[in-house]
Design a binder for this molecule. Structure first.
Ligand code: SAM
Ligand code: FES
Length: 369
């Protein structure tokens, strides 16, 4: 009986040793080949508990240090409209949320947010908003043109959702050179469970390829721990990203918003987000990886931990103080009460405290990405 128990224990130990060796060799393989099969990604994610995660983060950091040193790029985020005609089930500004407070900044307000950002040293402006019918393609082009004229040395990033290739081209010609459009999930079945029928994954993916064709620096991405996400979904995300080769990958935990159909769902975890940041850094060494506000929301030092797992971008908020609390994609969002200058100071201190350097340049000189 006792011998059986011993053998059982031994067998289990041997099995664990094999699993551990397999997981480590998959990390080596990813580092070497910069890709894995779907089954390999699934095995790696499901068995990540066998890895020494600190070692994994160190490996991711070593890769980013070789390319970007200890620089962390700061990009000023202007959330210019909380109106949205889409209805993503996870999002607090979805059109069916009648409790959401709606606002939109005028062109002049956007320009003065840029002005304030410029004075604080920002040289990249990220204009993000819901898909707001008021801000049609021409109006957005007009705003971009004016920012380009007033701040010729700054990079303009847009993040305003899905539209036609012609509209993307118009904005590119007006002076926008970067575009953030998270694909949200590369798994068709999962996409269906996160969005109403009329929002199509195929369209979102086509938009990403169109943006890339036009010449934008493109950012894709997905939420970690969104409802119904499986390991298979995450493997699909990693394979899609490998194929798209975006310049940026924005990942952050899903966090429920109390006025959405996902109000009762669990948040994504810090642990899985950090693990995937490190995996992305190993797979795409040059990629720009933001430590997101959502990561800082689920854990007070989440953004710092994100940087230590391989992230190299932070996007402090430049929106005017009176509208910040209205761009609520999820509950308990951080930095909703701060002034732009406070946000800048806070982020600088946090980055420096972990031995990194906040950098406000456009970042183009380091790599083509
Ligand atoms: N409308 C643009 C778009 O669709 O790309 C930009 C704005 S959208 C609100 C920005 C991102 O917020 C989405 O791509 C999504 O990943 C993220 N987001 C929305 N709701 C979220 C939630 N509950 N938790 C975490 N992230 C969320
Ligand atoms: Fe606006 Fe999803 S709710 S894009």
């Amino acid at each position: 009986m006792i011998r059986d128990l011993d053998l059982g224990k031994k067998g289990k130990k041997m099995h664990e040793d094999v699993q551990r060796a397999d997981v480590y060799s998959l990390v080596d393989k990813l580092d070497r080949n910069k890709e894995l099969t779907k089954d390999e990604f699934i095995f790696l994610i499901d068995n990540r508990n066998y890895l020494n995660l600190e070692e994994l983060y160190q490996r991711a950091r070593d890769i980013r240090h070789k390319i970007y040193g200890h620089d962390v790029y700061l990009r000023g985020l202007i959330e210019f409209t909380s109106y949205c005609h889409n209805d993503c089930y996870y999002c607090g500004i979805r059109k069916s949320n009648s409790n959401a407070e709606r606002y939109r900044l005028t062109k002049e307000q956007i320009l003065s947010a840029c002005e304030a950002g410029y004075a604080l040293g920002y040289r990249t402006f990220v204009l993000q908003g819901g898909e707001d019918p008021y801000y049609n393609a021409e109006k957005i082009a007009d705003v971009v043109r004016d920012i380009r004229k007033r701040f010729p040395d700054c990079a303009i990033t847009l993040s305003v959702g899905e539209t036609t290739k012609d509209n993307y081209k118009m904005w590119y010609d007006a002076g926008a050179e970067r575009y953030l459009l998270r694909h949200e999930t590369a798994n068709e079945e999962h996409y269906r469970r996160l969005h109403p029928e009329y929002q199509k994954l195929s369209n979102r993916m086509e938009c990403l390829y169109n943006l890339r064709d036009i010449g934008y620096q493109v950012g894709a991405g997905f939420m970690i721990g969104s409802p119904y996400q499986t390991t298979e979904c995450l493997a699909d995300d990693l394979i899609f990203i490998k194929d798209l080769q975006p310049h940026m990958v924005g990942i952050g935990p899903f966090i429920p918003h109390h006025d959405t159909p996902f109000a009762d769902k669990e948040s994504g975890t810090l642990e899985l987000t950090l693990f995937l940041l490190a995996i992305l850094r190993i797979m795409l060494p040059e990629v720009l990886l933001p430590a997101t506000t959502a990561l800082g929301t689920i854990s007070p030092d989440g953004r710092e931990k994100g940087i230590l797992a391989g992230a190299n971008v932070v996007m402090p908020n430049l929106s005017p103080q009176d509208v910040r609390g209205k761009y609520l994609l999820y509950d308990n969002k951080i930095c909703t009460g701060d002034e732009a200058a406070e946000c800048r100071g806070c982020i600088d201190r946090r980055i420096e405290a972990i031995g990194y350097k906040p950098v406000i340049s456009r970042g183009d000189h380091i790599s083509k990405r």
